[in-house]
Design a protein around this ligand. Structure first.
Ligand code: SF4
Length: 705
């Protein structure tokens, strides 16, 4: 049998590396980096280079399963039985309780085409905005930060800016672990340019912080105070670009009045850093050119939008945006959170970067879809959706390509919510996730190496993802499952012709072409892209309007922004403490994050033995003094608890942790650790604007057992 080679992308992080999949006799046998892909130029990290080892049938969901009554075990069913059952239950709930009694919880790991169809199914056919995604846990504060200041959800910089910058300001990101191939690019830039300064803002001394010229180990949640304090110093030091502020921005005077209060002494006290280090950071940033990179440390916070906006304020105040080597560049956690945002696959958004709250945008989408209207009622965002299941206002939930019983905050209440739901539909490639036990219906989906569609990475680059293999057993493409369901539901709701018209697709490319049309004239216009062009010319950055020959590597080069008056808006950001404070009973701060060689809940990476070589088992990292005070020795089992839950795991003495700070990796769930995983301890409090929950901080106590 001949070996076939198929160009695709890695399905893990938002760097979006290109891969070449090798397959033989119906099996994926190898993977290597695509030397032509501009995100990685042939390189892959440990996760990407072992992707072929994850293509194992034993862990997969391969056939539909169904139980008609709670308390029964699910049995294998045909696709017709399973989808008819779900359509009948959805139709009956919608008739009795209205469209907002059902909800869809989808994923930043879906392809753009999958996302588009689910969004249209909820908002276009059913008439509910209850469609949200695990991207709410990942990037929604970055979205809100961009829109508040720049007027559109568009990361202005690109990976190439790493080669042009003189100050790389990394905040709330362990890039070396979470975005390893981008980090290789940082190492290369540093080797070529010894003058490059790297500043890392992180409560932990991560591998990224270890390699920095300046590490600012701020206390958890104090980023806004830090950024306001830097702006205060830049004002005093004459580091601002007053001509740029005057010509291209509004709102600076109000912010100036605010940051006057953020004196170096006050900021150093709030953040727990030295005044001299604050001054160094302000000088390096202000002198520039400065590129900032940031991730969940800013986003997963009850002040996530303000953290993003306060950092963007620094770029606007110093005129460091739209020029080589400058600008804010949010690092997308998941491979296609960007694509999901583009199609408006969230409770607060609409297709083509439109806003649900905007009546004009709702009318445009209704016209594009050929329906009377898009519902105005706001949909439930992730935490609200599970609260709705618990209080009974939402009766049925359809979960696709994500594992909320491990990934949501306050897991005990999420599991309670799933248990109370009248119907849980789970569309998954893997059979045994934490969420599977709650599923009344399990629908087997295709996954990496089997799917066709597009993804967009952190630098707005769209890649055509191609299948190397046919779907295994009875698994089907995610968008196709949603289309099959839409036709059945339409018939039951006496809207069969509407459903036929809304969902005519037989190929992913038809979905892409329709999505493309919704972007016409918008900031992300991709009307010049097609599968054929992506195949012929390779991955492209948006915007790429019809008639263009290339995309734009960086945005706002002309100083014109997406706000109505064309000017960027300074956000008047105020520091607010974390939702939960430490106290005498719960005196330690708990942080969480990624390991280098694992991905999310380990459905995929957990099947590869060599990915446990880096870190074998979960542990809580603690400062030596905190361990000594509790008579805990390295390796001792400890109980970590607060009012939401308890975990039992080994404690490790770590020089990376400051006193009173602890860290548990996010990956292990109920099957590996006594308890449900670290998110059982995290609060469900969320940011007022972005609705993103604070997954990066809880107060806990640690006891030796
Ligand atoms: Fe995959 Fe991210 Fe590693 Fe690239 S850096 S190979 S996208 S996990």
């Amino acid at each position: 049998m001949a070996v076939t080679e198929t160009k695709s992308t890695c399905c893990y992080c938002g760097v979006g590396c290109g891969v070449i999949i090798e397959a033989e006799a119906g099996k994926i046998t190898g993977v290597r980096g695509d030397p032509d892909h501009p995100a990685n130029f042939g390189r892959l990290c440990t996760k990407g280079s072992t992707l072929h080892l994850t293509a194992k049938p034993d862990a997969r969901a391969l056939f539909p399963e169904l139980r008609r009554n709670r308390g029964e075990l699910r049995q294998r069913a045909s696709w017709d039985e399973a989808l008819d059952h779900v359509a009948e239950r959805f139709a009956s709930i919608i008739r009795e309780h209205g469209p907002d009694a059902v909800a869809f919880y989808i994923s930043g790991q879906l392809l753009t085409e999958d996302y588009y169809v689910f969004n249209k199914l909820a908002k276009g056919l059913i008439g509910t905005n209850n469609v949200d995604t695990n991207s709410r846990l990942c990037m929604s504060s970055a979205v809100a930060g961009y829109k508040t200041t720049l007027g559109a959800d568009a990361p202005p910089a690109c990976y190439e800016d790493i080669d042009h910058t003189r100050c790389l300001f990394i905040a709330g990101s362990n890039t070396a672990y979470a975005h390893p191939i981008l980090y290789r690019r940082i190492e290369d830039a540093r080797a070529k340019n010894p003058d490059l300064k790297i500043v890392v803002v992180d409560p932990r001394r991560t591998d990224t912080a270890e390699a920095a010229d300046l590490h600012l180990p701020i206390l958890p949640g104090t980023d806004v105070a830090l950024f306001n304090g830097m702006l205060h110093l830049m004002l005093w030091e004459g580091l601002l670009d007053t001509r740029y502020i005057q010509a291209h921005t509004t709102g600076f005077d109000a912010l100036k009045n605010t940051v006057r209060e953020y004196t170096p002494k006050m900021v150093a006290d709030i953040c727990g850093i030295k005044e001299a280090d604050l001054m160094t950071a302000a000088q390096w940033f202000g002198t520039g050119p400065t590129l900032s990179m940031y991730c969940q440390g800013l986003n997963q916070s009850t002040s996530g939008t303000d953290k993003n906006a306060a950092l963007i304020n620094l770029h606007l105040a110093t005129g460091q945006i739209g020029k080589p080597g400058t600008g804010p560049l949010s690092l997308t956690g998941q491979p296609n959170a960007m694509g999901g945002r583009e199609v408006g696959g969230m409770a607060t958004l609409l297709s083509g970067h439109r806003d649900l709250a905007n009546a004009g945008h709702r009318a445009e989408v209704a016209r594009l879809w050929g329906i009377a209207s898009v519902p105005e009622r706001p949909g439930k965002t992730a935490v609200e959706m599970f609260n709705g299941l618990r209080d009974g206002s939402i009766k049925a939930v359809w979960i696709a390509c994500t594992n909320p019983a491990q990934s949501m905050p306050d897991l005990n209440s999420v599991r309670d919510a799933l248990g109370k739901a009248e119907l849980v539909v789970l569309q998954e490639a893997y059979h045994d996730t934490e969420t599977t036990e709650f599923a009344d219906v399990l629908l087997p989906a295709t996954t990496w190496g089997e799917k066709e569609g597009t993804v967009t990475n952190s630098e707005r680059r769209v890649t055509h993802v191609r299948p190397a293999l046919a779907a295994p057993a009875e698994a089907r493409a995610d968008w196709q499952i949603a289309v099959d369901f839409a036709h059945r539901l339409g018939a039951l709701l006496e809207q069969a012709p509407v459903a036929e018209k809304l969902f005519p697709y037989t190929q992913a490319e038809q979905v892409f072409n329709e999505h493309r049309e919704t972007t016409r004239g918008r900031d992300l216009d991709i009307t010049g892209l097609s599968y054929a062009l992506l195949d012929a010319q390779g991955p492209q950055q948006w915007p790429f309007p019809a008639g263009a020959s290339t995309g734009k590597p960086r945005l706002y080069t002309d100083g014109v922004f997406e706000q109505e008056d064309g000017k960027a808006r300074f956000a008047n950001t105020l520091y607010r403490a974390t939702a939960e404070k430490t106290d005498a009973r719960h005196p330690l701060h708990l942080n969480s994050g990624r390991l280098r060689d694992q991905w999310h809940g380990m459905s995929r990476t957990g099947t590869v033995a060599q990915l446990f070589n880096h870190v074998e088992e979960p542990a809580i990292l603690m400062h030596a003094n905190d361990m000594q005070r509790r008579s805990i020795h390295h390796g001792d089992l400890v109980k970590v608890s607060n009012k939401r839950g308890t975990l039992i795991l080994p404690a490790h003495n770590s020089a990376d942790m400051a006193p009173a700070q602890t860290f548990i990796p996010m990956h292990w769930g109920s099957q590996y650790m006594s308890g449900l995983g670290v998110n059982a301890l995290m609060p469900s409090a969320f940011d007022r604007a972005s609705k993103q929950p604070e997954l990066k901080h809880a107060a806990v106590k640690v006891e030796k057992i």
